[in-house]
Design a protein around this ligand. Structure first.
Ligand SMILES: *Cc1c(COP(=O)(O)O)cnc(C)c1O
Length: 395
């Protein structure tokens, strides 16, 4: 039996009849960039996340950049990001000329550890990017608690001011992996000052090419988002502020508009797969299963288990051997992420070293992402679980 890590073809087959006329429509109208389809997708996507404004952009990375750029972050500023995330979270800061400052993740949620944020704040800190990683929200209330204990007061949603010094810090979300996910019953994306989204094909909601979005409830910020994505112009050829070409393509808007209508069902599909993994793997002592935190509705972008280390080598041989065994048996898995951000060669100049963020480092060594998508069959999930058990019965 073959179990791919992700099967985009299965999903396409199911919605082909709906998608093709929508793409045709874009072509018939030459609506290649932005346009009506993008706009109606933006409206529907904002509504799905209880947000006032949403703008489609070219990539999730562009979204990370726009959010911080529009908040005025620049050279000399520091932006706190988790060490355990995809690198694009940090590009949001570097593209603004700011410096990313890393914080370790929480041992159970794998998201930024609220208890460790305050120690990373300096007078230069301008923003904190909380990533809702693997499909699970960060613990926003706890982040706010910690900031309040450190003398920061929340003035407006996601905007904190230091009662003594007047320093302002924004809290924003990277929602690239958390479409429709919920924190204490509320959809992510509108919990903080602003959020960014990715529609890279492999994400829970994926375009047929590159795609992303930014979201906010703040009227002024929304205006800036819209201008920055289109050359800093509100009106053609009048450039009020610096900008970029970060526009979403018409075809992607059309595809996403169709796919959004299926997203709740696909999300339930992913949750069904996760539930089955939990049932089948709960007694396997050699692995640590992910934890759905009490405060969260996890949307399982990824199902990351940890293979307990045998403590022999620098890399976790056991995890690597299990991955190899699964590959040999037709099961594809992934590593998210094999090198935490503070140990990436491109950030060497920031002076971090191994040992700085033990939880992120442990995840990099022990983490293994199992196949995860809505169309996985019970037979496939059982096959994956059986093969994992077989491996440990022999090793
Ligand atoms: C995918 C991803 C991004 C970047 O999205 P692109 O659309 O690929 O540019 C940013 N942050 C996180 C956490 C991601 O997983």
């Amino acid at each position: 039996m073959q179990v791919p890590f992700l099967d985009l073809k299965a999903q396409y087959r199911a919605i082909k009849e709906e998608i093709l006329p929508e793409i045709n429509d874009v072509l018939d109208n030459s609506a290649y960039i932005l346009g009506k389809k993008v706009q109606s997708f933006e409206e529907a996507f904002a509504k799905a996340h209880n947000s006032k404004y949403c703008y489609g952009v070219g990539t999730g990375t562009a979204g990370n950049h726009i959010v911080l750029w529009a908040l005025g972050i620049g050279q000399g500023d520091e932006v706190i990001v988790p060490a355990n995330t995809f690198i694009a979270t940090a590009w949001g800061a570097t593209l603004c000329g700011a410096t990313p400052v890393f914080v370790d993740c929480h041992p159970e949620s794998y998201n930024i550890d609220p208890q460790k944020i305050v120690a990373a704040i300096t007078p230069k800190t301008k923003a904190i990017v909380a990533v809702n990683l693997y499909g699970q929200p960060a613990d926003f209330d706890e982040i706010i608690n910690q900031l309040e204990n450190a003398n920061f007061e929340q003035k407006e949603k996601g905007e904190f001011i230091n009662k003594n010094t007047g320093q302002i810090i924004y809290l924003v979300e990277d929602c690239a992996q958390s479409h429709l996910s919920e924190y204490k019953g509320k959809r992510v994306g509108s919990l903080t000052k602003a959020s960014s989204w990715s529609f890279y094909p492999g994400k829970n909601l994926g375009a047929y090419g590159e795609g992303g979005a930014v979201m906010t409830d703040d009227d002024e910020l929304a205006k800036k988002f819209k201008m920055i994505r289109d050359h800093g112009a509100e009106q053609k050829y009048v450039h009020q502020i610096y900008g970029h070409n970060y526009r979403m393509e018409g075809i992607q808007g059309a595809v996403l508009g169709v796919k959004l209508r299926h997203l709740e069902k696909w999300t339930e599909g992913r949750r069904r797969v996760a539930k089955k993994y939990y049932e089948l793997l709960k007694d396997v002592e050699e692995i640590i299963l992910p934890k759905e935190m009490e405060y969260s509705k996890h949307v399982y972008h990824l199902f990351v288990v940890q293979v307990k280390s045998n403590g022999e080598s620098k890399r976790n041989q056991k995890r690597d051997d299990l991955q190899k065994f699964l590959t040999e048996n037709g099961i594809s898995t992934g590593l998210h992420y094999p090198i935490p951000l503070h140990l990436q060669p491109c950030f060497e100049h920031l002076g971090y070293k191994k040992g700085d963020f033990p939880i992120s480092e442990q995840l990099a060594e022990q983490g293994l992402s199992l196949p995860m998508y809505a169309e996985l069959t019970d037979d496939q999930i059982e096959f994956v679980a059986d093969k994992i058990k077989e491996f440990f019965s022999r090793n």
